[in-house]
Design a protein around this ligand. Structure first.
Ligand code: ADP
Length: 440
């Protein structure tokens, strides 16, 4: 800036000096006229460059860069450098965008970006295939108008983005998708879809296989068990060897029968063909009945308490809830040494209802807790077997709770005991006033 001012002032000073030189030679009028003419020439030249600049700015290409003189040469050169830099970053941006497009097109997962109002901002070709979208046409549309699935809409509405959702799409062929919603930035969301059709097919085959094998084994085992009992009652059992081996054989047969029953229960719970029955379950009465079963199972070896703190019922399947609750109670008794205490509770926690079983038994080390609901996962294999465990009890509990949109919470300290809580969301809890009218 100083340079420009300096040069402009120098030019004016030169003109003024020229005028002063002309004054004594040609007189006052000629000197002032020459000074004004020179000023007008400078203004005209500047206007010419401004018009060149405006013309160039309308279509700024490096090839048509205007050439100037003095200050204008510098202005044009600075603008030219700016244009070059802009062109360079534009081409870098285009290259990055192309790379991103190619990478997103090659991705095996579908991706859709949603704005704050769940409208589509962008999606990749795989998402177009998965959801039947056309990114060009559907940009700006509400995703729930195009992906019409109640569970998906509910997940978006409730802003519950934790677990992925399994969606079955029918696009002329059956497509099973695992859909995950990831919030980011300013209330935007990324919807990631993965085709799990093959995985689900293998999983179904595995489930069917286990169910079929269990089913096939059930009858022969029942027959064997029946004969073993008949033999143990008969005189043949007087034989010394038989007397010793028969109880062992009967015990093993019973274990296998329990195992098969638990495997069949799990298959039923996992099967998509077994919808959850939505009956109103009188949980307080159910818990009282289970308390009596617990007394029988403990046979006086434990102190068992029951606390029914609320009268709420649940909406769900009575058989499944009974099976889950009795598994938790059975475990508390089996893993609590003689003389220990077991407390069975039914209570409200905010909107939720909770069935909790607390014991002061052997407890569980923290590293085992996340794996307890896996099939056949046992902390102490021999203790589980000795007490008649199949290793499937908590897997059954987890499935039952999942089917009721509930979840299992485990708190435990080795040597001090455990609390297993089955938590049910508000939508499964029947308000108490409704039950009074039901029982009236
Ligand atoms: P199991 O038939 O072996 O009891 P479960 O699936 O019911 O199978 O339980 C898995 C494992 O969790 C058990 O083997 C045991 O180690 C542990 N467990 C379950 N409940 C309790 C409890 N109340 N106290 C201590 N350990 C428990």
């Amino acid at each position: 800036m100083n340079g420009i001012w300096g040069r402009s002032l120098l030019l004016l000073a030169l003109l003024a000096a020229g005028c002063l030189v002309l004054w004594p030679i040609f007189g006052e009028t000629t000197a002032i006229s020459a000074f004004v003419a020179a000023l007008l020439a400078i203004v005209a030249l500047n206007l010419h460059y401004v018009s060149m600049l405006l013309k160039w700015l309308r279509h700024p290409t490096p090839e048509a860069e205007p050439q100037g003189f003095g200050i204008w040469d510098e202005v044009f050169a600075a603008l030219y450098r700016m244009l070059r830099r802009q062109r360079h970053s534009e081409s870098q941006l285009t290259a990055t965008l192309n790379d991103f497009r190619q990478a997103s097109a090659a991705m095996p997962d579908g991706m859709v970006i949603l704005d704050q109002g769940d409208r589509i901002e962008w999606c990749n070709p795989r998402a177009e295939q998965h959801f039947g979208l056309d990114c060009q046409r559907d940009t700006g549309q509400q995703i729930t108008y195009l992906v019409r699935h109640p569970l998906f809409a509910e997940k978006l509405r409730a802003q519950n983005y934790g677990e992925p959702l399994t969606l079955r799409q029918s696009r002329g062929f059956d497509l099973i998708l695992s859909v995950q919603i990831v919030p980011y930035g300013d209330r935007q969301k990324l919807v990631i879809s993965r085709d799990i059709t093959d995985l689900e097919r293998v999983e179904t085959m595995r489930r069917d296989f286990i169910a079929n094998v269990s089913h096939e084994l059930r009858t022969p085992l029942t027959v064997l068990g029946g004969f073993l009992e008949t033999i143990s009652d008969s005189r043949v059992a007087d034989n010394d060897l038989l007397r010793r081996s028969l109880p062992l054989m009967m015990d093993q047969a019973r274990r296998m029968q329990n195992l098969i029953e638990d495997l069949l229960t799990l298959s039923r719970l996992e099967s998509a063909h077994t919808p959850l029955r939505d009956e109103r379950v009188n949980v307080p009465d159910l818990v009282r009945a289970l308390y009596h079963d617990a007394m029988a199972l403990s046979a006086g070896r434990h102190r068992i308490a029951i606390n029914i703190e609320c009268g709420n019922w649940l909406v769900g399947s009575e058989d499944e809830l009974r099976s889950a609750f009795s598994n938790l109670i059975g475990n508390a008794i089996r893993y609590t040494p003689e003389g220990g205490e077991v407390a069975i509770n039914w209570q409200r926690r905010g909107d939720e209802a909770v069935f909790a079983v607390r014991d002061n038994g052997i407890g569980i080390q923290p590293q085992h807790i996340p794996r307890l609901t896996e099939r056949f996962y046992r902390v102490d294999r021999s203790r589980s077997r000795e007490t008649g465990g199949t290793g499937l009890g908590l897997a059954i509990v987890k499935h039952v709770l999942n089917r009721h949109q509930g979840w299992l919470e485990v708190q435990s300290e080795p040597g001090r005991g455990s609390t297993f809580s089955a938590r049910f969301p508000a939508q499964r809890v029947v308000p108490e006033e409704t039950e009074e009218s039901l029982t009236a």
